[in-house]
Write a protein that binds this ligand. Structure first.
Ligand SMILES: C[S@@+](CC[C@H](N)C(=O)[O-])C[C@H]1O[C@@H](n2cnc3c(N)ncnc32)[C@H](O)[C@@H]1O
Length: 262
């Protein structure tokens, strides 16, 4: 399978992460997610999703984790929703959460790079949110998959951590640790969980730095037309809270919309 030298290691790490999240917040989420007003959207998502329009659209979320964001998209009026994720255990969580929410959201366990051609030209909208691109070894192949999954006229929505953050260690502030032009992946043996830092996930993983120009270039080369790009001083991942109060802060996140014109 494509890029599985890295993605298979990451799959095992994510499977070890799933029970940590289950213990830290998923039980509570199972109780909350059925509420009619449950939503993970922040102001940026509310504004951009209303600009794109969700009503009745077929939507795929790539690397959807336990699907709580896709469930919010479904609740906001989308039509068929399919979440793809490489982790067996997060896909299971997604099915439990969508049952608890009382919505019909499909989950498929697959690496993005290996999504079946059965899904080609199936989606009006593809969404990708915080903490996804860094798990992807190659941007051109990634955007190639996105483009083949979209219907002509469809939109891609990305709301992500800014890649400049790969230059810093969140615990050390604005001290430059790595080159913005780094090409080799970051290899980590074990790391504190991002949702519950009191727990260490003891499994190796690979994280890939992609410059803004790698991301925009791959998007354009895949045939998508960029219609929106914005950078923000806020961090929706909560991983970089160390930078929130700095006056000279780096950009913490960005949003991108691109359209498949034909
Ligand atoms: C930090 S989560 C981000 C998802 C979502 N924004 C959220 O906050 O729940 C990253 C997800 O990417 C998934 N993932 C990593 N590599 C992948 C790949 N090659 N294909 C599909 N999913 C992948 C992981 O299993 C994990 O659920």
């Amino acid at each position: 399978m494509k890029h599985d030298k890295y993605t298979e290691t990451n799959r095992q790490m994510w499977n070890q992460t799933a029970p940590v999240h289950a213990n830290s917040y998923v039980d509570e989420l199972l109780r909350q997610i059925g509420a009619p007003d449950y939503s993970t959207f922040d102001d940026v998502e509310r504004q951009l999703f209303s600009q794109i329009g969700l009503s009745g659209k077929t939507v795929a979320q790539l690397a959807c984790n336990n699907g709580r964001e896709l469930i919010s998209v479904k609740k906001a009026g989308a039509g068929r929703c399919v979440g793809f994720d490489i982790s067996d255990d997060f896909v299971d969580q997604g099915r439990r959460l969508s049952d608890a929410a009382g919505v019909d959201v499909e989950f498929v366990r697959a690496s993005v790079y290996d999504i079946s051609s059965d899904f080609d030209a199936s989606f009006d909208l593809i969404t990708i949110t915080v903490g996804v691109l860094g798990w992807m070894p190659n941007m051109d192949d990634f955007f190639g998959v996105i483009s083949r999954l979209m219907v002509p006229g469809g939109d891609l929505f990305v709301y992500e951590m800014h890649p400049i953050l790969d230059m810093f260690d969140a615990d050390k502030g604005l001290q430059i640790e790595d080159s913005y032009f780094r090409q080799e992946p970051f290899y980590t043996e074990a790391e504190p969980d991002y949702m519950d830092p009191s727990n260490t996930v003891d499994a190796p993983s690979y994280w890939f730095h992609h410059k803004v120009s790698d991301i925009l270039g791959a998007c354009i080369r895949s045939g998508l037309q960029l219609t929106h790009f914005e950078e923000y001083a806020h961090d929706q991942s909560m991983v970089y809270r160390a930078f929130q109060d700095l006056e000279k802060k780096p950009p913490l996140s960005y949003s991108l919309i691109a359209n498949k014109t034909k």
